[in-house]
Design a binder for this molecule. Structure first.
Ligand code: MN
Length: 433
């Protein structure tokens, strides 16, 4: 009974998830920019005949990156990209040395803003200060006090922003927050919303944070108790995330406490003891998780760490992978490596070189087949052909799409060779065609 249930939860969800994702995308289009806020429609689109699209005609592919490390052996890199969205609303904080007085603590966070960027940016600049100002986080490290300080910091900044938003007429934005605070002894996982963090320990996803979605029973109950409803998997058919900072239009139920509103700013905080088997942490927004699972990304990052010593480049490769897998959102990712992270290995490099040789050969063969039919070799066709082939040794979690650069290089090489051969055969009469 139990096994049968397990089996079906493995097989059905990927299809279901896809279906839900497609529905989400359509709903997003219907709801003017994805996260409609009651009361803001008129303000934002007053004299507009057309609803502005939340998506661009072409994605913006420039990436912001940074990297660094701490004296205690933590290395990190971050990359973010606007992608298909009309606005870049993600923000982040990377503090390998958390603050004065905490030289061997680190703090990293991703904030995924919606309906504007003000709240996400304010949090990226000030949330850590609000947490530290509670006094709960001390070098002596009482775990329960640290967790309490983090929670109170979230509630504190949210009340503060509530006042600012009213007095300075901010946009009606909100933001998720996914963060890790790393002490010499522990890792604190901090989550509020549907961004996500996982820890890879011993080659496996050992821990990951739970997304706060309106349809989770506990979240749904809070929403209904605050007089709201969950329709189309959204709060009042509108907001697709059930916890977050900002979103003050969803925090106006006067007879309910701060953590009992339609949207709650209360983070879930979970601590784990650090071990030598800890390899790396990934903190990322849903622009990543919409496209790839925890296990796939874990396998992919582990694989890349063995062939590439540039952590920024690995972050960039993850972003490209998510884009090719269909992510339509802003994408932000931070990878934080501990001493136990996989290192570049000669065997892995050798394997990668062989893989690229196989791909190059396949591209050449495919182009030959196409030319034999008297057709122009087309890159998209070559890609589709390759995708249908069984190529052994592709990076786990990455598949053929993460070797796109290699395919393009081979395509350019062989398409050009065949073109010039043909030109020679036909007397170089390119302009007679
Ligand atoms: Mn997002």
């Amino acid at each position: 009974m139990r096994t049968a249930r397990r089996a079906s939860t493995v097989e059905v969800p990927s299809f279901l998830r896809q279906l839900v994702k497609e529905t989400e995308k359509m709903v997003t289009f219907f709801f003017k920019g994805g996260r409609r806020h009651p009361g803001t429609d008129e303000d934002d689109f007053d004299n507009e005949e057309d609803i502005p699209s939340p998506y661009l005609q072409m994605p913006i592919l420039n990436k912001d990156t940074e990297e660094g490390g701490s004296k205690c052996g933590i290395n990190y890199a971050m990359a973010s990209m606007q992608g298909w969205r009309a606005q870049m609303e993600d923000a982040h904080t990377c503090m390998p040395e958390m603050a004065d007085g905490f030289p061997d603590w680190s703090y990293f966070a991703v904030y995924d803003g919606h309906a504007g960027r003000t709240v996400a940016q304010y949090c990226s600049r000030h949330l850590l200060d609000f947490i530290l100002d509670t006094g709960g986080v001390t070098v002596g490290e009482d775990v329960e006090q640290v967790k309490g300080g983090i929670r109170d910091g979230f509630l504190g900044i949210d009340s503060h922003m509530y006042t600012l938003a009213r007095n300075e007429s901010w946009d009606h934005s909100g933001s998720t927050a996914a963060a890790v605070m790393i002490s010499p002894r522990n890792i604190y996982f901090i989550n509020c919303g549907d961004s996500r963090t996982f820890l890879c320990r011993n080659g496996q996803v050992f821990f990951y944070t739970e997304d706060h979605k309106p349809f989770n029973p506990r979240e749904k109950e809070r929403i209904q108790n605050a007089g709201g409803s969950v329709t189309l998997q959204r709060i009042n058919g509108s907001l697709a995330v059930s916890r977050g900072l900002g979103d003050f239009d969803f925090k106006e139920v006067e007879w309910r406490a701060q953590t009992e509103q339609l949207v709650s700013p209360e983070p879930e905080v979970y601590e784990l003891k650090r071990t030598p088997e800890d390899e790396f942490l990934v903190v990322a927004c849903d622009g990543v998780w919409d496209a790839i699972s925890n296990e796939e990304l874990c396998a992919f990052v582990r694989n890349r760490l063995q062939v590439c010593d540039d952590l920024r480049d690995i972050c960039a490769q993850v972003i490209d992978l998510c884009l090719y897998k269909g992510s339509l959102d802003n994408i932000s990712i931070i990878i934080i490596c501990f001493d136990g992270a996989p290192k570049v290995k000669p065997e892995a490099l050798q394997h990668e070189t062989e893989l690229e040789q196989i791909i190059e050969q396949k591209v050449e063969e495919i182009i030959q087949i196409i030319r034999a039919k008297d057709k122009e070799p087309d890159l998209l066709y070559v890609m589709k052909f390759l995708a249908s082939e069984n190529i052994p040794g592709l990076p786990p979690g990455g598949g053929i799409s993460c070797k796109r650069d290699c395919i393009i290089a081979a395509y350019q090489k062989y398409a050009a060779v065949f073109r010039s051969t043909e030109q020679m055969e036909t007397g170089g009469s390119e302009d007679s065609n």
